[in-house]
Design a protein around this ligand. Structure first.
Ligand code: IMP
Length: 433
């Protein structure tokens, strides 16, 4: 049985990772977030309640599960305290949460600079969540960042804060933006340290200890592979690598531990923010899918752009991340369309491309090569097994497997935990053991 499971988004984020991660998280001994920060927005629904998670791992609802915010994340302590207080108000008080002492810490100037860089780009803006993710990762790699563990040593934190402010205030002045005052930031971060200090530790050794045991460990990705800083639609990407390939560095473990990768894919595609999107739909079908699938950003509320399932992207991300199975999400949303389509290639300047080009300028010139299939009208939301699906829906699932070369392991037919059809045997064993 696979015990070290990675769940990643395989498109442009918002694939429904929250639901599927929660589904596996409640059966995991440990859940680890390894990249990104509160730019993510997971919605989890169960027992008639809906919860939104931003940076906290999805295992938080199960008191038995150890949750880890690992070193590859960018952590905003203000946001963590806020998320925990919202959870507390909803009755979630019994949890285990650990935060890496080596994780980059989001500071108040990061979101200010995020907004300023976006404004400076005019029409070429990325459409970031303005949570300071890019500026925080930039500071990490420029080696002027602060880390969560610094909060545990007030004198060292003060030294690092002074050094960072020296550089950051100069930058803010040059952009005509207000500077940050040392005393104010220091005092607030010391208050945050009071709240979170007990959770901050060396999480890599915690995870490695668990790996040597017999427990089931889930590595929870955020965003989606096409937003990857290296392999995504650059520059319209986030500043980390959502792939399974970033688990070892982002969690502080060896790559040999990973034994199963689930790629979460919507049965169609969506995207928020700017950037080319070859299968994008602009007609009434986009509107219908958006409304039926509630396709509005969890973090920003922005309407999501809608397109057909893109097998060019799926093959590409499947290969990059070593995806073993798809979790095919929001499958019920496609009911009621006369026809459905899958993009199997990109036509570009007389060629048919089988994988995305490296520049967005070329990607913007790509036209999708679509195969059209018969739609279905049945409501799938109460269906409990693959066998119950109408023939046209089954044909659509099989076509996705055929054109991507990767089997579908899970089908989701609604937001609730109960609306999940698990087809793959090894994933079923993970859930039932
Ligand atoms: P950033 O991650 O806030 O820097 O935003 C960069 C790009 O990634 C923007 O297009 C965002 O809309 C997108 N993005 C970041 N996080 C998510 C997510 O969790 N889901 C979908 N898109 C995201």
């Amino acid at each position: 049985m696979s015990k070290r499971l990675v769940i990643i988004g395989s498109q442009w984020g918002d694939e429904g990772k929250g639901k599927i991660t929660d589904y596996f998280a409640c059966k995991s001994d440990m859940v680890v977030r390894y990249q990104g920060g509160n730019n993510a927005g997971h919605t989890v629904a169960f027992g008639g309640n809906k919860y939104s998670l931003r940076s906290i791992p999805s295992g938080i609802f199960n008191p038995e599960t150890v949750n880890v915010m690992a070193n590859g994340m960018v952590i905003n302590p203000e946001s963590v305290v806020n998320e925990l207080s919202i959870l507390r108000d909803k009755g979630v008080t019994d949890y285990q949460l650990y935060i890496s002492d080596r994780a980059a810490m989001v500071m108040p100037w990061h979101s200010v600079l995020d907004g300023a860089y976006e404004a400076g780009k005019g029409n070429a803006r990325i459409g970031t969540t303005k949570n300071g993710i890019g500026p925080c990762y930039s500071d990490k790699y420029s080696r002027i960042g602060l880390r969560m563990g610094d909060l545990l040593e007030p004198e060292y934190f003060a030294e690092r804060l002074r050094a960072a402010l020296e550089i950051k205030n100069r930058e803010l002045r040059s952009l005509d933006l207000p500077e940050f005052d040392f005393e104010t930031v220091y005092a607030r971060y010391m208050e945050l340290a009071e709240e979170l200090g007990g959770m901050i530790c060396d999480t890599s050794s915690l995870i490695n200890k668990a790996l040597k045991g017999d427990g089931k460990i889930l590595f929870e990705g955020a965003q989606g592979m096409m937003l990857c800083i290296d392999h995504g639609t650059y520059p319209y990407v986030t500043s980390s690598t959502p792939s399974s390939a970033s688990v070892p560095v982002g969690a502080g473990i060896s790559p040999k531990w990973i034994d199963h990768v689930v790629g979460v894919a919507k049965s169609y595609c969506t995207r928020v923010g700017e950037g080319p999107f070859p299968t994008e739909l602009f007609d009434d079908r986009a509107h219908d899918i958006r409304e039926r699938g509630h396709e509005y950003g969890t973090v920003t509320g922005r309407p999501r752009r809608i397109g057909w399932f893109d097998a060019v992207v799926a093959r590409y991300t499947g290969e990059l991340a070593g995806i073993d199975h798809w979790a095919l999400m929001l499958f019920d949303v496609l009911s009621g369309l006369d026809t459905v389509a899958i993009c199997v290639g990109y036509e570009c300047e007389g060629e048919v491309l089988q994988s995305p080009p490296s520049t967005i300028s070329r990607l913007a010139r790509c036209k999708p090569v679509l195969i059209e299939m018969e739609g279905w009208s049945e409501d799938l939301s109460e269906m409990k097994s693959y066998d119950e699906l109408p023939a046209a829906a089954k044909a659509y699932v099989r076509k996705i497997e055929e054109v991507t070369g990767i089997p579908v392991g899970v089908i989701s037919v609604g937001p609730d935990r109960s609306q999940t059809i698990v087809i793959d045997e090894s994933l079923r064993e993970f859930l039932n053991s």
